[in-house]
Design a binder for this molecule. Structure first.
Ligand SMILES: Nc1ncnc2c1ncn2[C@@H]1O[C@H](COP(=O)(O)OP(=O)(O)O)[C@@H](O)[C@H]1O
Ligand SMILES: Cc1ncc(COP(=O)(O)O)c(N)n1
Length: 266
């Protein structure tokens, strides 16, 4: 039997809602063999991030080598990379192993406000990581940070931002509109350099969105691993995250996680 293989290179969320844990659950739900490289341990729950413990470069490099020297991957997702040195290492390794289908979720700030990427790493993310990406999946605050904008408030501004982001080198930009104020729809825009495609869903009135960005990007990665086009992958991921948020979980005292199995169980 063969199966598509996807790798996540990201931070561990011991609370299970975001990071490596969300990614592996999403891979499994999409029938893809999931593998993980842990960059950082976080002590995290629905109330916030209580501790960040970066792994050594040696440990991160050894995990990546172990996977590429034996099993290989059909697609790779990057999430929380935290420091400049980790971003450099991950880019070098992905280039060394000629990784295909790279989905970069440029994780910067947790929903509760904790920094997940050090300020010094931003330039390297822009100059080294985004250019090797097949797809990038920033949310609106991340897009503002990358582009040096104060805010993005309308779909027109989202289109402009998607275009500017693509000029930094990724093949496709998926700009997520989950944070767009005053809209009763959650609209994500895919830009391939020529056309804009809108992925629209009803905005769900819930605070339980811990890990939505990770879950969405992981679902895209899983579909790419199976050989789907970027357009198909984003379409499936949008339905996957919509179902997961619709049935999101009131676990813990703060911002709860989503239900990864919701889409499959429909
Ligand atoms: N309240 C919501 N209702 C429906 N979809 C949402 C909601 N919040 C976020 N989304 C969707 O979830 C995905 C992740 O988006 P977002 O929450 O912006 O990312 P992040 O977790 O990186 O901040 C996107 O497809 C977005 O449109
Ligand atoms: C380890 C880790 N990685 C990423 C996120 C971002 O979560 P979200 O998907 O809600 O933006 C997080 N809170 N923790």
């Amino acid at each position: 039997m063969t199966i598509a293989k996807a790798l996540t290179i990201a931070g561990s969320d011991c609370g299970g809602g975001a990071g490596i844990q969300a990614d592996l659950k999403s891979f499994q739900e999409r029938d893809v063999f999931g593998m993980s490289v842990i960059t950082v341990l976080t002590a995290q729950n629905t109330l916030g991030v209580h501790g960040v413990y970066p792994q050594t470069l040696e440990a991160i490099g050894a995990q990546i080598d172990a996977i590429f020297q034996d099993m290989g991957t059909d697609a790779v997702k990057t999430g929380m990379l935290f420091s400049d040195e980790i971003v450099h290492l991950v880019v070098e390794k992905l280039q060394q192993y000629k990784a295909k289908n790279i989905v970069v979720d440029p994780v910067m700030i947790a929903k509760g406000g904790a920094p997940l990427l050090q300020k010094q790493a931003m330039d390297t993310v822009k100059s080294r990581l985004l250019p090797i990406a097949t797809v990038i999946t920033p949310n609106l605050p991340e897009a503002c940070e990358i582009l040096g904008l104060d805010s993005i408030n309308t779909l027109e501004e989202m289109k402009k931002a998607a275009k500017a982001l693509r000029e930094l080198g990724p093949k496709y930009v998926v700009l997520k509109g989950g944070h767009l104020e005053g809209s009763n729809e959650a609209v994500d825009i895919l830009f391939d350099g020529e056309e804009y495609f809108y992925f629209t869903a009803k905005r769900i009135d819930t605070i339980h969105t811990h890990g939505t960005g990770c879950t969405f990007a992981a679902a895209i990665t899983a579909e790419l691993a199976k050989g789907k086009s970027v357009h198909e992958a984003v379409g499936t991921a949008k339905q996957f995250i919509q179902a997961a948020i619709e049935e999101s979980l009131c676990i813990g005292k703060g911002i709860g996680p989503t239900k990864h199995s919701a889409y499959r169980l429909r």
